[in-house]
Design a protein around this ligand. Structure first.
Ligand SMILES: [Zn+2]
Length: 201
């Protein structure tokens, strides 16, 4: 199955400024058309890739394209092509990609904002996913909070997968020992990326 390729959309057709057909000598019989090419993927036009077209004689049917054009016809075609614009819908694929990127940015900014709000007001039960060292990830559990002091326990397990930390977030895995961290220290760890995810269940 062919899922990608190129296609073209008609942009405009008009009588050529070249008056005489080089083939049959008829006057005013030449017509020029311009098409906008686009790449497609799964039938979705992705983006335009330039203009193409040709000149045809209405009398004798002689068609000239690319290298087959006489210099005079070629010059006229170039001129005619100048103002031609791709069709709006030929940008569909690019528009979809842009929309997805924008959506991802908005949602990840939203996540960040939510995480910052949770960090600014630590509560018992919050879990911070953090990087222990290269390829070692674990979690920190908030046990209690008093003012700006946050009492936490470290998870005694680590995982080598950033995405796997939720699997070791089990109550029994946390150390019985508690340590106090100033709220600003935790916020700093988040800013520098040591804490990479903030969970409130
Ligand atoms: Zn002709």
């Amino acid at each position: 199955m062919i899922v990608y390729g190129t296609n073209a959309a008609h942009v405009k057709t008009d009588r050529s400024t070249v008056s005489t057909c080089p083939n049959c000598g008829e006057n005013g019989s030449l017509v020029t058309s311009v098409f906008s090419k686009h790449a497609y993927l799964y039938w979705i036009p992705m983006f335009p890739i330039g203009m193409t077209g040709g000149t045809q004689c209405e009398k004798c049917g002689h068609t000239m394209e690319g290298a087959g054009m006489t210099p005079e016809v070629k010059e006229a075609f170039k001129e005619f092509k100048k103002g031609a614009k791709p069709k709006f819908w030929q940008f569909s694929g690019l528009a979809i990609i842009a929309a997805v990127i924008i959506w991802f940015n908005i949602s990840s900014n939203q996540d960040k904002k939510n995480e910052l709000a949770v960090l600014a007001d630590p509560q018992k039960g919050d879990v911070y996913d953090y990087k222990v060292e290269e390829n070692e990830y674990s979690t920190i559990l908030v046990r209690a909070r008093m003012g700006d002091s946050v009492y936490v326990s470290l998870n005694e397990y680590v995982t080598d997968q950033k995405s796997g930390v939720s699997e070791i977030d089990t109550k029994e895995y946390y150390s019985k020992e508690r340590m106090a961290l100033h709220k600003s220290v935790i916020e700093e760890m988040y800013k520098e990326g040591t804490i990479f995810r903030v969970n409130r269940y």
